[in-house]
Write a protein that binds this ligand. Structure first.
Ligand SMILES: Nc1nc2c(ncn2[C@@H]2O[C@H](COP(=O)(O)OP(=O)(O)OP(=O)(O)O)[C@@H](O)[C@H]2O)c(=O)[nH]1
Length: 381
């Protein structure tokens, strides 16, 4: 469409110049009728091309811009125009060059040769018609020189045009290669990022239970705690499975592993998405409950303890039940995670020494301890 616009504009400009020259009486041999006919024929050819584009018929051609066709039609039209203006024929041969330039970037060497040849044949036809109709007015030698100049100019433009086209095609190819490799690099980057995310997840996960490992738990907890203020409390719980060594000793290491896995499953089911749960080491686990006060923290700890206590490990031994001891505390704003952990550990130690299978809470403020469940309940084993 853009090319068609350029073509229509060129035709229009030429007709405008002719109209001006006509009105100023500069062209004695050019009649008004010729001008009108030329105007109509230009409108007809440009209109026909517009219709081809509008109805999308141009898409059926190898080159949908129809450049070659537009050039051929323009050459014929210009030749008719030139034949009507013998006085300024020399300067009008420039129009053929203009048509050739229209094809740069678009048509091939052979097509350039075809268009060049067509313009030479048409210009030759104009000279021949002059020879036939007005032999007395024509300067044959001058016309032949004009024809030869046009021939050499057309040859030069054909060679230069095909060189420019080859150059632009090479550029296009390089751009597409570049785009392709950019795309590949982007894909590789995405894969790498994914792999790094997976690696990071693996690096922060306990292999056996799938919960956070100690290092990742501490990293994440520190981040969470850094984002809280003095009005938001977080609870920290240390959990230790009771008499776990006996499970290993009696039923083997594999049974012990199964207990650890099942305990993690049970605990996860009791937690919210924002809670952090990790393996501290061996049969010891750690829990950070953000935005949790003493009451809720102890409630959650108890929920975990009771759920685990009620679970029967029938696959290990029918009716086998186990228990866990929990030490809980609140994180005091401004203290380090290690300090909070120390209190939770102390609470856990108390839970163990008071008979296991219970939650002991040590308040961060007073450092006083409180037993929260029956110390009488112990693991079946
Ligand atoms: N199966 C299994 N056992 C483990 C793993 N990690 C540590 N253990 C075992 O856990 C047991 C921990 O025993 P203890 O520290 O004596 O504690 P406990 O027997 O639970 O006794 P209390 O904590 O006092 O109730 C040891 O026998 C370790 O070998 C593991 O990944 N898998």
């Amino acid at each position: 469409m853009k090319r068609l616009g350029i073509s229509a504009l060129s035709h229009g400009m030429l007709l405008l110049i002719l109209a001006l020259a006509l009105s100023l009486d500069l062209l004695t041999d050019f009649s008004l009728l010729s001008f009108v006919l030329l105007t109509f024929s230009a409108m007809a050819t440009q209109g026909a091309f517009w219709l081809l584009f509008h109805c999308r018929i141009n898409l059926r051609f190898k080159d949908p811009s129809l450049t070659l066709m537009q050039m051929a039609v323009a050459i014929i039209w210009f030749s008719i125009l030139i034949s009507q203006l013998p006085e300024i024929r020399g300067s009008l041969t420039l129009l053929y060059i203009m048509v050739m330039l229209f094809g740069i970037f678009q048509i091939s060497m052979f097509e350039f040769a075809f268009v060049g040849l067509l313009s030479l044949v048409c210009f030759g036809g104009v000279i021949a018609s002059d020879l036939y109709f007005h032999p007395e007015e024509i300067n044959l030698k001058l016309s032949l020189v004009q024809w030869l100049i046009l021939a050499s100019a057309q040859t030069w433009i054909a060679l230069f045009g095909s060189y420019v086209r080859r150059l632009s095609e090479r550029l296009k190819r390089q751009r597409s290669v570049l785009r392709h490799s950019n795309h590949k690099m982007q894909r590789a980057n995405e894969e790498l990022e994914q792999a790094m995310e997976q690696l990071d997840e693996i690096a922060g996960t306990d292999e056996l239970t799938g919960v956070l490992n100690r290092r990742r738990f501490f990293e994440e907890s520190r981040l969470r705690l850094a984002g809280t203020d003095e009005y938001q409390s977080s609870a920290l719980c240390m959990i230790d499975l009771d008499h776990f060594k006996r499970v290993n000793d009696r039923f083997g290491h594999q049974a012990g592993d199964l207990v650890l896995e099942r305990f993690c499953q049970i605990t996860r089911e009791c937690l919210r998405g924002s809670d952090l749960f990790g393996r501290y080491g061996g049969e010891e686990f750690i829990l950070l409950l953000p935005q949790t006060n003493q009451e809720s923290g102890v409630q959650i700890a108890e929920r975990i303890r009771l759920a685990f206590e009620q679970y029967t490990f029938d696959s290990i031994e029918p009716g086998l039940r186990l228990s866990a001891s929990i030490g809980a505390t609140l994180h005091r704003w401004g203290e380090t995670l290690e300090e909070t952990l120390k209190r939770a550990d102390k609470a856990l130690y108390q839970a163990k020494s008071f008979g296991r299978n219970q939650t002991i809470y040590i308040s961060g403020a007073q450092s006083s301890s409180r037993t929260l469940d029956n110390a009488g309940k112990t693991a079946k084993d």
